[in-house]
Design a protein around this ligand. Structure first.
Ligand SMILES: [Zn+2]
Length: 155
């Protein structure tokens, strides 16, 4: 089963990028440490953290992964390697904002909600069931994929 995570408040950028790989990552910007480790344990999520005090908490001691890099690129590479995440397998299947798995949406239902050029040139759309954000295979995805390949191919 794919690992599920809860990222601490310092790892927002890492959380977003892991979500774009399709990883299930909860993230709260301002959750107190105690609640964070409690919530992770209850939900079967591994705490992703860079906080040396947080990892000493009893409930986090055996339920965390210590992220070492300062830069999110290094952090992403570290987590992907440590958990054997296949970066291509579930790319862009989850809302980067809400962490919700995306669901396909019919093209007719996105009319007027995406730029006309996108509507004319794209056939497949996905939507986030939580925030309604629409996703499609556009050029910025190509750029993101390139960036990801660069990051994950090593320093
Ligand atoms: Zn969303």
């Amino acid at each position: 089963m794919a690992p599920r995570f809860l990222a601490d408040g310092m790892l927002g950028k890492l959380a977003t990028w892991l979500r774009s790989l399709g990883c299930d990552v909860e993230y709260f910007g301002d959750l107190p440490d105690g609640e964070l480790v409690e919530r992770a344990l209850r939900a079967g999520r591994i705490v992703l953290t860079r906080d040396t005090l947080l990892v000493r908490r009893r409930k986090a001691r055996d339920n965390h992964f210590f992220v070492t890099g300062d830069a999110w690129r290094d952090q992403l590479r570290q987590v992907v390697a440590a958990f054997g995440i296949d970066p291509a397998a579930h790319l862009f299947t989850r809302c980067v904002r809400c962490n919700e798995p995306l669901v396909p949406i019919e093209k007719s239902r996105v009319a007027g909600r995406v730029p006309p050029y996108v509507f004319e040139t794209q056939e497949t759309f996905n939507a986030c069931p939580s925030c309604g954000r629409l996703y499609w295979k556009a050029t910025h995805r190509g750029a993101m994929e390139r960036q990801l390949r660069e990051i994950l191919s090593g320093p």
